[in-house]
Design a protein around this ligand. Sequence first.
Ligand code: ATP
Length: 236
Amino acid sequence: MAKQPVLSLAGLSAGYFGTPVVRDLALTVQRGEVIALLGANGAGKTTTVNTIGGLLKPISGEVRLNGASVGGTPAHLLARKGVALVPENRALFPGLTTREHLRLAKSADGLSQQDLLELLPELTKCLDRRVGLLSGGEQQMLAMGRALMARPTLLIIDEMSMGLAPVIVERLLPVLRRAAEDLDTAVLLVEQHVSLALQVADRAYVLSHGRLVLSGHAASLREDRELLRKSYMGEL
Ligand code: ATP
């Protein structure tokens, strides 16, 4: 019998003021999987993840978490159910240190700071530095680490590579794999850097103009670059 997905979307339409920008989306993420949601600017990726994360209400269709319908549940309640969203802007406090961010994120059944530093040893040297003085890559590492403190069942990262050089992104990608493997988290990664995302993902979905145009195993999508290019450009 197939495992029940942590996240499943069915017939999901989402958008603004009742007008859908994403239509009829179906997608699943299992525990321990890294799934990439790909698409050009404006394809609807942020709208999708904000709807999953409870920042937007679905217009129609289903958002299920471990089989239970959660569409329209506000973000703070979804957080208690194990959903962690790292937004595009990372939402860090520049005047606080890394250690203070981790302390604020600590929860009773989550990771200790020591557990987190074993998972992300790169953060150790940043502990007593104010976040405003960290590099972009260190800030993104902290944003992901802070989200992992709660041991989320579903970790959603919007545009991990925003503003970062590809060489920095390559150093961040293994964090997602470690979260999936060591914490058994389901990871949904939104990316515009297709080839970087396909390096780490198990499977990927491609959105174009708000519709799902392609999905499959990352390995086969990596091989069929032309199909991927066409789907990305909305030419399928
Ligand atoms: P990007 O990488 O540029 O963020 P995206 O794939 O994440 O792209 P979305 O941000 O989800 O795309 O945008 C999808 C569509 O929804 C776009 O046409 C955008 O203009 C529109 N949109 C986004 N935010 C709003 C909003 N607050 N109100 C109205 N329309 C919006």
